[in-house]
Design a protein around this ligand. Structure first.
Ligand SMILES: C[S@@+](CC[C@H](N)C(=O)[O-])C[C@H]1O[C@@H](n2cnc3c(N)ncnc32)[C@H](O)[C@@H]1O
Length: 234
């Protein structure tokens, strides 16, 4: 069974040819291809703050709350579904309107939404050892047996890019899911990466900030599984 990003070549090409970067405050939309590859974070954000990336940012709930709470961290939300990108843009717009956020105040100038495939983005656009943290919340579990090859954590290129782009000492990977079997698989696959070390999941900051899926599943009483990994070279 193939375990590379080309499992669905047509879909992949379609997604990547429409890749865009959206500035939440100015609402400027540019093609991802207009940026340097790899991206120069300082040029993109106009500052030297650390960069954190949420993969599969969905409806943007985490992205909004985390970026508001930490104005000195730059956040990138990577989402491949146009529908969710629009919902996220709408969420920010409503928030800005409702709370009378002055668009010149700097609030949310630390956020970029990238409409693309995460694997494509990480392998081509994210510079080596430049990411302070990755947030991966409720990654699609593809529960049917014949679809499991689509799981993000089965993709070796993705895993390699993830570890390569995390900061060398202390770069973190936060994972939350409700899917026990996929959680086991993720743990097994990450255990095979010597630079990543599992640390106490209670060390996850901002655990009061829930994603859309987390809020929904907690209400349903489903068990939630959490893991935190840290990059260390030893
Ligand atoms: C189950 S939803 C979780 C959304 C959000 N993280 C949450 O917890 O509410 C998974 C999300 O990941 C996105 N996604 C899945 N694979 C992706 C990929 N390869 N690149 C970018 N986004 C992806 C899906 O479009 C979807 O929005």
């Amino acid at each position: 069974m193939r375990e590379n990003p080309n499992y669905n070549e047509i879909y992949y090409q379609h997604t990547t040819s429409h890749s865009q970067v959206i500035d939440i405050v100015t609402e400027q939309v540019i093609p991802l291809s207009a940026l340097d590859a790899p991206i120069h974070w300082e040029r993109l954000f106009g500052n030297t703050y650390p960069v954190e990336i949420e993969i599969g940012s969905g409806k943007g709930r985490f992205l909004l709350e985390a970026s508001k709470r930490h104005p000195e961290v730059n956040y990138i939300g990577v989402e491949r579904a146009q529908k969710y990108v629009e919902i996220t843009q709408d969420r920010f717009k409503k928030h800005i309107r409702h709370f009378g956020v002055d668009r010149t105040s700097g609030t949310f100038s630390n956020v970029r939404l990238v409409r693309t495939d995460a694997n494509y983005f990480l392998t081509r656009y994210v510079p080596e050892t430049s990411v302070q943290a990755y947030h991966i919340y409720f990654p699609d579990p593809w529960p049917r047996k014949r679809q499991r090859k689509r799981r993000l954590f089965r993709n070796r290129d993705f895993l390699f890019a993830l570890t390569r782009t995390l900061k060398s000492e202390g770069g973190r990977l936060y994972i939350v899911t409700d899917h026990e079997e996929y959680f086991q698989e993720i743990q097994e696959r990450l255990a095979g990466l010597p630079v990543l070390h599992s640390i106490d999941a209670a060390l996850k900051p901002d655990s009061d900030i829930t994603t859309h899926y987390e809020a929904k599943y907690v209400l349903e009483g489903r068990p939630i599984y959490r893991a935190v990994y840290e990059k260390a070279l030893s």
